[in-house]
Design a protein around this ligand. Structure first.
Ligand code: ADP
Length: 364
């Protein structure tokens, strides 16, 4: 039987993960392998529960066993996921595998809406997800999750106090908005906001997280710098709308993360409000009020992955206002965001295997 097991492993080592460019056996993605003359059973350990290649890889495994071992043998594959982490030594949050900055060149492009829906969608697909709202100019996460009137509690562990994040729609939430009165009377000055962000990162009881999304203010402010100085950031996602004026600011945002002193990889670009479909999704005719293909073209020009596009849909605004992110509120919108979240998770896995861990930026 041992010989047969070796033959199965040999067959599976011919299957390559097209993203990670290595075979499944050397990536240790094949676990708990059991082989009898009738049946092969194993667990396929993916690098993210949101893996878009799941079905492709399962099919490739079955085909490899059928063609290299036996045409008749039954193949029973269970899938699970172990999210890869950015393995930086200094300054990483002990329980958090990946910190992902969600940025934009301009305000009002839907950055917070996209951040909220990516977080919900990753959680729906089985990942453990946190969302930190650091948008000091307009913290909208409390509204998007319908918890404007709630406050995180403080927990004391030994001599240290921790904020306990709220949990909404499967996502652990902390927002700078929880510390601001609803009337919005507080004007966050640079140093105050930076202190608050550090506190949110270090003094929140995040527990185990696969992904911590950080919703940044638009443009390039002190907060961006504070983030990259405080923790090693896995990568940044840039949200934009398609019109030329918005794209010009995206170039500045990309340049900031790519600066040699910062060197945070860009995980991808998302085009929001990319097109408009009247009558929601019923009529499939697409209109492009802000121009077509600008985001994709810019991503190609700057050698940044294009993660996908989200249309302008009334329901996205309505559900946001009602405090239920669109990814949760409707199956059709849920599917749109599922593809986007999978594309992001895929880029995180690729980044963690191909690039060096990000280093925290030294404070001058
Ligand atoms: P930002 O964080 O970039 O300032 P927001 O996420 O707060 O932007 O979005 C700005 C406004 O646009 C909100 O009212 C939001 O509901 C709406 N919005 C965002 N994306 C979409 C979309 N794809 N379709 C319809 N409305 C959207």
């Amino acid at each position: 039987m041992e010989k047969l097991k070796q033959a199965v492993l040999q067959a599976l080592s011919t299957v390559e993960d097209p993203d990670l460019k290595k075979d499944l056996v050397s990536l240790e993605m094949i676990q708990s392998l059991q082989v009898t003359f009738e049946k092969v059973t194993f667990t396929l350990v993916l690098t993210t529960p949101a893996c878009p290649l799941q079905e492709y890889l399962k099919k490739a495994c079955i085909e490899a066993i059928r063609s290299h071992v036996s045409k008749e043998i039954l193949v029973d594959i269970t899938t699970t996921a172990r999210v890869t982490a950015t393995q930086s030594q200094v300054g990483r949050l002990p329980n958090v595998k990946n910190i992902i900055a969600i940025a934009s060149g301009k305000g009002g492009v839907g950055k917070s809406t996209i951040a909220a829906n990516l977080a919900v969608s990753l959680a729906q697909q089985g990942a453990t997800v946190g969302l930190l709202d650091a948008d000091i100019f307009g913290p909208s996460i409390p509204t998007l999750f319908g918890c404007e009137h709630e406050k995180p509690i403080v927990e004391q562990v030994e001599n240290k106090k921790y904020l306990v994040p709220l949990v909404k729609h499967g996502v652990k939430l902390i927002s700078i908005g929880f510390l601001t009165p609803q009337e919005g009377a507080v004007v966050w000055r640079g140093p105050m906001a930076s202190t608050a962000l550090r506190q949110f990162l270090y003094d929140t009881a995040w527990e185990e997280l696969d992904y911590l999304l950080v919703d940044l203010p638009p443009g390039t402010s002190d907060i961006q710098l504070t983030l990259v100085q405080a923790v090693p950031v896995t990568g940044a996602v840039i949200v934009t709308t398609p019109q030329k004026l918005a794209l010009a600011d995206v170039v500045k945002a990309i340049a900031m993360f790519k600066k040699s002193a910062i060197e945070v990889p860009i995980l991808g670009l998302i085009e929001n409000m990319a097109y408009f479909i009247p009558e929601e999704l019923a009529n499939k005719q697409r209109y492009y009020p802000f121009g077509q293909g600008g985001g994709k073209e810019l991503a190609d020009n700057y050698d940044v992955p294009f993660l996908g596009e989200i249309p302008l849909i009334t329901a996205i605004r309505e559900t946001s206002d009602e405090g239920v992110p669109a990814a949760k509120a409707s199956t059709e919108l849920g599917n749109l965001f599922k593809d986007l979240a999978s594309a992001l998770a895929q880029q995180v896995s690729i980044r963690n295997i191909q690039l060096f861990p990000t280093q925290r930026v030294l404070r001058k």
